[in-house]
Design a protein around this ligand. Structure first.
Ligand code: C5P
Length: 275
């Protein structure tokens, strides 16, 4: 019997880069949420560890130790398993696909036979700890400091990727001032999607500008999203190129997604809620 776990897309509603460590890693202050769109990971006991990647976005995804899923499996250990990754999210796209897959593999293996989760998953990648919780959080440090944000209003999203892969180290390298203001010390409680979007409009993703320099298609995506009816906010997630639009309800998000697909049939466009 296989055990399955969902690997939701990770969305940085804000991403403030607040400094740079001596080892080159950047200090962040980011409001992270998880989307209803994502990959699926299933695990089944087997003679040896293995990984098979299937699904609409499987092409080019490694099935060897280059995949974070197998690195995570080796970290948690225990009875070997055959792992299947059903890939729906675009890779190298700022929504934590690889990190979320690795975190889902850990959750599935833990659910299978109760093997303990590793205490420190940060060495797998800066986004893995937040993806392991898969709950809205304020993420600080380089990803190790997590504070839950439990009371988010209901909001709908449209995720858009123009089909370009962006290199995270390259985007950080292009960031001219790695020392920006953090978010306010206390986050407010937002009564609805509009209040959340209004507050977010006063915050930033500091990687948006360098990512747009590396990949101008991101600017086109942001303009197209902002032009859709009912879009409360359009912003890039992580180091890009995936951008999100916020909408008050699923009908508005579905309509916007349909309009964007008509304009740009080659883009990846997904309407969803929060996970
Ligand atoms: O940890 P992860 O593999 O996600 O990071 C990829 C690269 O992105 C790092 O090697 C580093 O160049 C950059 N990065 C950074 N600061 C962070 C996260 C990532 O500079 N907080």
């Amino acid at each position: 019997m296989a055990t399955e776990a969902f690997a939701p897309a990770k969305i940085n509603l804000t991403l403030h880069v607040t400094g740079r460590r001596d080892d080159g890693y950047h200090l962040l202050d980011s409001l992270v949420v998880f989307a209803g769109a994502g990959d699926r990971v299933s695990v089944e006991p087997a003679r040896d560890w293995s990984l098979r990647v299937i699904g609409p976005r499987a092409e080019g995804v490694p099935e060897d130790d280059g995949n974070l899923v197998l690195k995570a499996a080796r970290l948690i250990g225990g009875v070997p398993c055959a792992i299947t990754l059903d890939k729906h999210l675009p890779t190298a796209s700022g929504i934590g696909g690889g990190s979320s897959d690795a975190a889902a593999a850990l959750r599935a293996l833990h659910a299978l036979d109760g093997r303990p989760l590793p205490g420190d998953t940060l060495p797998l990648g800066a986004d893995v700890p937040v993806c392991l919780s898969a709950r809205p959080a304020r993420m600080r440090g380089i990803g190790e400091r997590l504070d839950p944000v439990p009371d988010l209003p209901s909001v709908s999203l449209v995720l858009v990727n123009p089909g370009v892969a962006v290199s995270t180290p390259e985007v950080f390298r292009l960031l001219s001032t790695p020392d920006n203001a953090p978010m306010p010390p206390e986050l407010p409680q937002w009564r609805d999607a509009t209040a959340l979007a209004d507050w977010l409009a006063g915050q930033r993703n500091d990687l948006e500008l360098p990512a747009r320099t590396a990949e101008p298609a991101i600017g086109v995506v942001l303009s197209r999203l902002a032009e859709t009816e009912g879009c409360l906010l359009a912003r890039m997630s992580g180091s890009g190129a995936t951008c999100f639009g916020l909408y008050a309800d699923a009908v508005a998000a579905d309509d916007a997604a349909r309009a964007l697909r008509e304009l740009h049939p080659d883009w990846w466009v997904e309407a969803c809620g929060l996970a």
